[in-house]
Unconditional design. Structure first.
Length: 195
């Protein structure tokens, strides 16, 4: 997709957004042009160390896949309830994380999905003050009990109001409340038995 097409699509999409869109270049370029193996060497070693602290254990060469000790088939004693083990999933800690970082992480589908989601959040305004205020209002509504989501039946009734009868003569029209009124179709059915 051409850069001009992306920018015009973003411009059209921003008109419909509730929150102001940040004027960041991160929203107009492919995030993979920034986060890739060739750009990994650009930051300082200290900055790379800080970035490594944010990455999952699977991003490092010394990661060893294992089953959690709390998994039922791994329990050696039936009564043992140790959920949080002390074992780390990365075994060798003699090298700094920056040396153990696996650059193929940048092409991993899970990493790419997370990077694109982060970019979408920036574009959608999730990092703006207006969105943070909306989240705070939502959390406060949960805490104090004032937040209410209508049941689907309530929404359906609100959206499908019964028709208002039109009275053409001096006689009242049929009521929307049919309690006590027997319809002609019910009287003519074989299940109707007068008392």
């Amino acid at each position: 997709m051409a850069s001009g097409t992306v920018r015009s699509s973003i411009h059209i999409a921003t008109r419909a957004l509730k929150y102001p869109v940040p004027k960041s270049d991160l929203t107009t370029i492919d995030i993979c042009t920034i986060l890739n193996a060739s750009t990994w060497g650009a930051p300082s070693p200290e900055a790379r160390g800080s970035l490594c602290a944010l990455l999952p254990p699977t991003a490092f060469a010394n990661f060893q896949l294992s089953v959690d000790p709390a998994y039922p088939s791994e329990l050696t004693q039936a009564d043992k309830m140790e959920v949080d083990g002390d074992e780390s999933q990365t075994q060798d800690t003699s090298l700094p994380l920056t040396e153990l970082f696996d650059p193929s992480t940048f092409t991993d589908p899970h990493f790419l999905a997370a990077a694109h989601t982060f970019q979408d959040h920036i574009f959608s305004g999730w990092m703006t003050d207006a969105h943070k205020e909306a989240v705070t209002k939502y959390e406060q509504g949960i805490i104090d009990g004032s937040l209410h989501a209508a049941w689907k039946d309530e929404v359906w009734k609100r959206e499908h109001l019964p028709p208002i009868p039109v009275v053409t003569s001096g006689q009242p029209g049929p009521s929307s409340d049919d309690s006590g009124i027997i319809s002609e179709s019910w009287v003519s059915s074989p299940f109707y038995r007068p008392q």
